[in-house]
Design a protein around this ligand. Structure first.
Ligand SMILES: Cc1ncc(C[n+]2csc(CCOP(=O)(O)OP(=O)(O)O)c2C)c(N)n1
Length: 344
């Protein structure tokens, strides 16, 4: 059977609509991915200008994160992210100004008043729980939140994210085991970018897929194309629905890549070839969504430029806001750390 251009265009059109997403939703996905990317790029520049001390990037992970965020009920469900999840928290409602305050370590920073490193994302009103620097600690904590949800009989779901390197930690195995035994409403999202700093996947695990590990816990393990926002949305949405129905946890592996160094303090040229990086840059998730939106006539060159200009404005505003914000008072470092001893 031959497929005409019109046929394939209609089939493609089905992709977001068939998933129950409106045209506006599809464009909003693109916007969130683009804004996260532009913020991230600015953060790298600010680091290279010695304006900020540290940056850890989510570049390349935007499709996985925005797709996952769209599967949650914002502010109702819980998210327990990890340090690369800027696009996720942005989509859930953390503002660019708040993200920049964290980067500059300025007063009013929402996670801890600037006492933590940036990228320990949290937001009380949005049910986003802060992570810690030891990787994978969020996994059993998320299972614990899911246990509380089950105990309280609400219909919430927890999403927690981590890299594939984190699945070698004991915390990962304890979290999944506990969630599985108690059929907890939690989605474990592994954003597999193929390196744990300099260690490639083959030196982290003896199975080809992180998703394969789910079998050992008696929960489903599903692979998503982490560079395709619609595919990740589909897989995470199904897992969220399953959790909400009381059927328990799912392990989702979104296969993706990190085209930039692990952090601002890493030189990735020591452990991988430029050819490999270039090959993955061609699979860029934002480019891919843009091509999709163009193929279904939701985006064209002029509109894409408008989006770019708007993103630049938002990023400029956020940077300026954080630059102008005061530093925290020195005494603040000691506030809310120790409780008052009772006099009795
Ligand atoms: C328990 C622990 N061990 C080691 C580290 C140092 N460390 C920080 S990030 C990282 C890599 C984690 O890799 P992965 O989970 O795949 O996430 P990615 O950074 O690749 O997104 C390591 C080893 C740490 N923070 N915590």
């Amino acid at each position: 059977m031959t497929t005409t251009f019109a046929d394939s265009a209609t089939q493609t059109q089905m992709q977001h609509r068939a998933l129950g997403l409106s045209d506006e939703h599809a464009l909003e996905m693109y916007w969130n991915m683009l804004l996260a990317r532009r913020l991230d790029e600015r953060m790298w520049i600010l680091h290279r200008q010695h304006q900020v001390a540290f940056h850890i990037s989510g570049i390349g992970h935007e499709a996985a994160q925005v797709g996952a965020a769209f599967a949650l009920k914002k502010g109702h469900d819980w998210a327990h992210p990890y340090y690369r999840d800027m696009a996720l928290v942005l989509t859930l409602g953390v503002t660019p100004r708040e993200l920049m305050l964290a980067l500059f370590g300025k007063q009013g920073e929402i996670s801890s008043g600037a006492r933590q490193m940036p990228a320990h994302f949290s937001h009380r009103a949005l049910n986003i729980v802060t992570g810690s620097s030891p990787v994978a600690t969020q996994i059993p904590q998320a299972a614990g939140i899911a246990f509380a949800i089950k105990y309280k009989r609400t219909d919430q779901v927890v999403l927690t994210c981590f890299g594939e390197g984190s699945t070698a930690e004991g915390d990962f195995h304890e979290g999944l085991n506990w969630a599985s035994i108690h059929k907890l409403p939690v989605v474990f999202l592994c954003e597999n970018n193929q390196y744990a700093i300099s260690v490639p996947t083959t030196k982290q695990m003896a199975v080809p897929n992180v998703a394969d590990r789910a079998l050992a816990y008696g929960i489903p393990g599903i692979i998503a194309d982490g560079n395709d926002v619609l595919d990740t949305y589909r897989v995470v949405r199904d897992a969220v629905e399953r959790a909400r129905r009381g059927e328990g946890a799912t392990l989702v592996e979104a296969k993706t890549y990190r085209p930039v160094p692990h952090s601002s303090d890493d030189d990735d040229r020591t452990y991988r070839s430029r050819e490999e990086v270039e090959e993955w840059k061609r699979k860029d998730p934002i480019l891919r969504m843009r091509q999709y939106l163009e193929s279904v006539k939701l985006l064209n060159e002029a509109k894409a430029q408008e989006y770019d200009a708007r993103a630049k404005q938002v990023v400029d505003d956020a940077e300026q806001f954080a630059r102008n914000a005061p530093l925290p008072r020195p005494e603040f470092a000691l506030e809310n750390v120790w409780g008052e001893l009772s006099k009795a």
